[in-house]
Design a protein around this ligand. Structure first.
Ligand SMILES: Nc1ncnc2c1ncn2[C@@H]1O[C@H](COP(=O)(O)OP(=O)(O)OP(=O)(O)O)[C@@H](O)[C@H]1O
Length: 229
C-alpha cells in the first residue's frame, strides 16, 4: 500500500499541498483528480522523492522512502524521456540495460498490444503512439506500483481507448496504479478509488464502485457535487 500522510509542499512562499493524505492499494487503480495546478504532479513527484516535501510522510508497504523502495515503484511521466532519434527497440534496450526489473516478455507483449513497430523512430511517432511507447517502457518493469501522470493527455479518442484497455488487461495485473487524468470519461469504469484534490487538500476520497452501486452516482456526478455544489 502507498500511504500519503499529511504531506505539505511549498514552492517559494506558495503552499501547494497543505496536508494531503490518502492511500492507494495494490490491485487497485487510484485516480487523483483536481483542476489544473492543484498539485497532482507534485504529489506523484513527492512519492518518487523527485521533489522534497516540507512536512508529512510517505510510506510504501509500511516503510518510508529509501533506495530499495524504488525497486517497487515506477513513474510514467506525461512526456516520453527517451531521445527522439532512438528507435523503439533501442529505447527498450536502454531500459533493459538500466533496470534489472525489466521484463522483456511483457515488453514484447505490450508492443503487440499497442500495435507498435519496434523499428520506428520515436521522432516519427504520432502523439498517441508516443504515449503508448511511454507506457510500454514503464509497464514492462516488474514493479508493484505504477504512477502515471496524464497518460491520455492530448491524444485522440481511439488511442485513448486502446490505452484504457491496458488497464483491464493482465499487463497491469494486480499492481497498484496511481493515475492523474482530466479525461475521466475514458477510465471512469476502470477506477477503483477517486481522490479529489482542491485548495491543497483532499476534499473527498471515495470508492467509485460503491458510489455507483449505493448512490447511483458516477465519478463525474460526485465531482460535480464537490466542485459546483
Ligand atoms: N518547480 C516548481 N517551481 C515552482 N512552482 C512549481 C514548480 N512545479 C510546480 N509548481 C507550481 O505548483 C502548482 C502545482 O503544480 P502541479 O504540476 O503539481 O499541478 P497539477 O495538478 O499536476 O496541474 P495540471 O493538471 O495542470 O497538470 C502549480 O501552481 C505550479 O505552477
Amino acid at each position: 500500500m502507498i500511504e500519503v500522510k499529511e504531506i505539505e509542499k511549498k514552492y517559494g512562499r506558495k503552499k501547494i499541498l497543505k496536508g494531503v493524505s490518502f492511500t492507494a492499494n495494490k490491485g487497485e487503480i487510484t485516480c487523483l483528480i483536481g483542476l489544473n495546478g492543484v498539485g497532482k504532479t507534485t504529489i506523484l513527484n513527492a512519492i518518487m522523492a523527485l521533489t522534497p516535501i516540507n512536512k508529512g510522510q510517505i510510506l510504501i508497504d509500511g516503510e518510508p522512502l529509501k533506495e530499495k523502495t524504488f525497486e517497487k515503484i515506477t513513474f510514467i511521466p506525461d512526456a516520453i524521456t527517451m531521445l527522439p532519434q532512438m528507435k523503439i527497440a533501442e529505447a527498450m534496450e536502454f531500459m533493459k540495460d538500466f533496470y534489472t526489473c525489466w521484463n522483456q516478455d511483457r515488453a514484447t507483449e505490450l508492443l503487440g498490444f499497442f500495435r507498435l513497430n519496434k523499428d520506428d523512430r520515436i521522432s516519427s511517432l504520432s502523439k498517441g503512439n508516443t504515449a503508448k511507447v511511454n507506457l510500454l517502457l514503464g509497464l514492462a518493469l516488474d514493479v508493484d506500483y505504477v504512477l502515471m501522470d496524464e497518460p491520455f493527455s492530448g491524444i485522440d479518442m481511439f488511442s485513448r481507448e486502446e490505452i484504457a484497455n491496458v488497464f483491464t488487461s493482465h499487463l497491469i495485473e494486480n499492481r497498484g496504479v496511481i493515475i492523474t487524468t482530466h479525461e475521466i470519461g475514458d477510465i471512469e469504469h476502470l477506477i477503483d478509488k477517486v481522490v479529489l484534490i482542491d485548495n491543497g487538500l483532499v476534499t473527498k476520497e471515495f470508492n467509485a464502485e460503491e458510489a455507483r452501486e449505493n448512490e447511483g452516482k458516477s465519478v463525474i456526478d460526485v465531482m460535480r457535487e464537490v466542485y459546483i455544489g
